[in-house]
Design a protein around this ligand. Structure first.
Ligand SMILES: [Zn+2]
Length: 380
């Protein structure tokens, strides 16, 4: 997104240079000096030499201070250089002009809002951007800024309104983000046990993004708050259909609810079916416990060892050691435990890039992740 903004900003500046150059060309005898400054400025700009481009623009601005385009371009260059105060001054001076053309006023207001954002004055940026919205002249960029301001301020209703407006006037699809804003609102209501209000927001979240697993998980928690544990279990399971990656997050709740219903058989069938396609640590450990209860220690240990083969983990190791206390032949279990430790060691990354976090088993003098030299170091 920033790339696109930067590219469009650069294009706009090139356009200002070129348009003014064209105007000078019509009076080339009178304005030869300005034209020279312009060509030089355009070159500097194209070569990305902000300081020199800025100086050229200042030279021209001095001879024709009334030209709004030049002032606008100057302000952008000042902001880009980090001199936000000067950018603010220029934009404010422009806005105080009585005869400023409407399109220039809109640009000056948007620019001033961006200056305020850069200076960290979010509430002042918000006021300017909202004024542009109520005048019906907010660009996509302005709406995008508003959305991110409201996100930072956690003003979710305003974020939703701005995002919906952005969707209406552009190709940008905001459904997934808007669904999260509704979830934030729902979460607030759940905290205050206002379940009906929370449900209302969750329905709206799912209307914007039917695959929003977060809304379904929150709905499950709302069910529990309403003492509807069967409804909650159904919703937790539904969230896994929406996003299987959430497994580790919701499995403890699913196991807990099955046990609350004294439905060990249901839990067993669910875990067996779930483990067919993928392998989760929490599911594996829950299944081990069920085998222990149903068929005794040897079957449970055998299952745990198979599971640890492909998914060695500290939690699995701890469970294995737990069996040692009650086992008649603990030596076999300790041998297995040593194997798990070895597998865990092998799995651990030995080298890590201090620049980008790339991790692996082999040392590289040049990081395959970020191409930095000498940044991959042994993990201490
Ligand atoms: Zn790296």
């Amino acid at each position: 997104m920033l790339d696109i903004l930067f590219a469009s900003l650069s294009l706009a500046l090139i356009f200002v240079f070129a348009a003014t150059l064209f105007r000078f060309r019509k009076h080339n005898k009178k304005r030869a000096v300005e034209r020279h400054h312009y060509l030089r400025g355009l070159n500097y700009f194209l070569e990305d030499e902000t300081d020199q481009a800025l100086q050229s623009l200042l030279d021209i601005a001095e001879s024709s201070p009334e030209t709004a385009e030049i002032q606008l371009a100057l302000a952008v260059l000042f902001r880009r250089k980090g001199e936000v105060d000067r950018a603010i001054q220029i934009h404010q001076a422009l806005m105080s002009r009585k005869n400023l053309r409407p399109e220039h006023r809109v640009k000056a207001m948007s620019g001033l809002g961006e200056d305020f954002m850069k200076a960290g004055l979010l509430d002042r940026a918000e006021m300017l951007f909202e004024e542009l919205v109520s005048n019906g002249v907010a660009s996509n960029k302005v709406l995008d800024y508003l959305v991110s301001i409201y996100e930072q301020e956690k003003e979710w209703k305003n974020a939703i309104n701005s995002a919906l407006r952005l969707e209406r006037q552009s190709e940008v699809r905001m459904g997934k983000r808007i669904a999260h804003y509704y979830c934030e609102l729902a979460q607030e209501q759940i905290r205050h046990h206002e379940i009906a209000a929370a449900r209302d927001y969750l329905t709206q979240a799912l209307a914007k993004d039917p695959e929003c697993a977060r809304a379904t998980v929150l709905d499950a928690r709302a069910c529990e708050d309403n003492k509807d544990s069967y409804g909650a279990l159904k919703k937790f399971k539904r969230s896994l259909e929406q996003d299987p990656e959430l497994l580790a997050l919701v499995i403890p709740d699913i196991v807990r609810l099955y046990r609350l219903h004294n439905d060990e058989q249901g839990l067993y069938e669910f875990l067996r079916a779930g483990l067919d396609g993928r392998n989760s640590l929490t599911m594996g450990l829950a299944l081990t416990e069920i085998y222990q209860k149903r068929e005794g220690n040897p079957v449970a240990v055998k299952y745990l060892n198979e599971h640890s083969e492909s998914h060695p983990s500290l939690a699995g190791l701890s469970m294995l050691l737990h069996f040692v206390d009650s086992d008649e032949n603990p030596e076999n279990l300790l041998t297995e435990a040593r194997r798990v430790v070895k597998r865990l060691q092998d799995k651990q990354s030995k080298y890590c890039c201090q620049q980008c976090g790339f991790a692996g088993q082999i040392h590289h003098w040049r990081c395959p992740g970020c191409a930095s030299w000498n940044s991959v170091k042994p993990v201490q």
